[in-house]
Design a protein around this ligand. Structure first.
Ligand SMILES: O=C(O)/C=C/C=C(\O)C(=O)O
Length: 76
């Protein structure tokens, strides 16, 4: 019984989450031939402030990227 557990940052639409579940189910079915009814998918949405890499949260990384983009736009 394939069990697919995905964590991703919040902010996706319900349709994007639904599409992700569908695509993951299809991919597992194609790749390993498991019956679709046996393929479990769990999507966990994590607040960007609650997820970090190298002591930098996703929220901080996103803010820094936005500031860089804003700065670049102002220089044009
Ligand atoms: O870099 C990470 O560890 C996680 C990144 C998560 C995203 O980019 C996302 O949910 O879009």
């Amino acid at each position: 019984m394939p069990f697919i557990d995905v964590s991703l940052g919040t902010g996706r639409t319900p349709q994007q989450i639904r599409d992700l579940i569908h695509e993951l189910t299809e991919a597992a079915h194609r790749a390993v031939g498991a019956p679709k009814a046996n393929i479990r998918v769990v999507i966990r949405e994590v607040e960007p402030a609650h997820w970090a890499a190298g002591d930098v949260t996703i929220a901080e990384r996103n803010s820094a990227a936005a500031a860089t983009t804003e700065h670049s736009e102002q220089e044009k």
